[in-house]
Ligand binder design. Structure first.
Ligand SMILES: Cc1cc2nc3c(=O)[nH]c(=O)nc-3n(C[C@H](O)[C@H](O)[C@H](O)COP(=O)(O)O)c2cc1C
Length: 203
């Protein structure tokens, strides 16, 4: 089994999501793991000089460089059976570094295409596990509508054909050390169960 881990925390070794992602993949015997940490080594934003290359049409040296980066990131994704994403919530959404990664792998005619019947994802048969770390609580209570993270991630993965996604929420990390410790332990257990089931993902 090939696993691609995409971490996006800007907190380095102190990151909850990165730590949980690491512990998770260590429990999967025999897996070949590739780690892409965009929180430490960011992918550039799409800008006027690079956009065309990333979308598949390169002309200038800058566009060719950008396309080569995008090609490499897409190849990592195509090679993976399972994608594990460490996704801290930053300002109600995903980290901009993670968005930049998605901007580089969502390429028309390569990871998705438009057909007469509508869009079609071209990455079939893959699964994803997304670890969402948050200071507050968004799965229930008054802040549910402020969760700009989970649906966005589900849309981007689904658009590429990755529809089997398990979200593991680590919430309330900013609500005192006891609440944080409990949330981390619950997520650790959830991930342990998932690894124990051989990644037979819960719906
Ligand atoms: C720049 C920044 C923005 C944040 N914005 C939010 C937010 O909008 N909502 C929230 O619940 N937590 C927010 N947090 C808290 C993080 O989600 C929380 O610290 C989480 O542990 C980060 O994940 P990590 O430990 O994997 O880095 C923010 C943290 C930072 C550093």
């Amino acid at each position: 089994m090939n696993i691609l881990v995409v971490n996006s925390s800007a907190q380095g070794e102190a990151s909850v999501s990165t730590g949980l992602a690491r512990a998770f993949v260590e429990q999967i015997a025999g897996a070949r793991v590739v780690i892409r940490d965009v929180g430490s080594e960011p992918i550039p934003h799409l800008v006027a000089g690079t956009l065309s290359g990333v979308r598949g049409v390169a002309d200038s040296a800058e566009e060719y460089r950008a396309q080569a980066l995008s090609d490499g990131l897409i190849a990592e994704l195509q090679d993976a059976d399972v994608i594990v994403i460490g996704a801290p919530m930053y300002n109600f959404g995903i980290a901009s570094t993670l968005k930049a990664w998605f901007d580089h792998v969502l390429r028309p005619r390569v990871t998705f295409r438009y057909t007469e019947a509508g869009p079609e994802g071209l990455l079939k048969g893959k699964r994803a596990v997304v670890i969402e770390s948050r200071g507050g609580v968004y799965s229930s209570g008054p802040a549910v509508s402020q969760d700009g993270q989970e649906q966005h991630l589900r849309s981007m993965l689904g658009f590429m054909g990755i529809e089997q996604v398990t979200f593991v929420r680590v919430e309330g990390l900013g609500m005192g050390p006891e609440a944080a410790a409990q949330a981390i332990e619950a997520a650790r257990q959830e991930l342990r169960d998932l690894a124990g089931r051989g990644l037979a993902l819960a719906a």
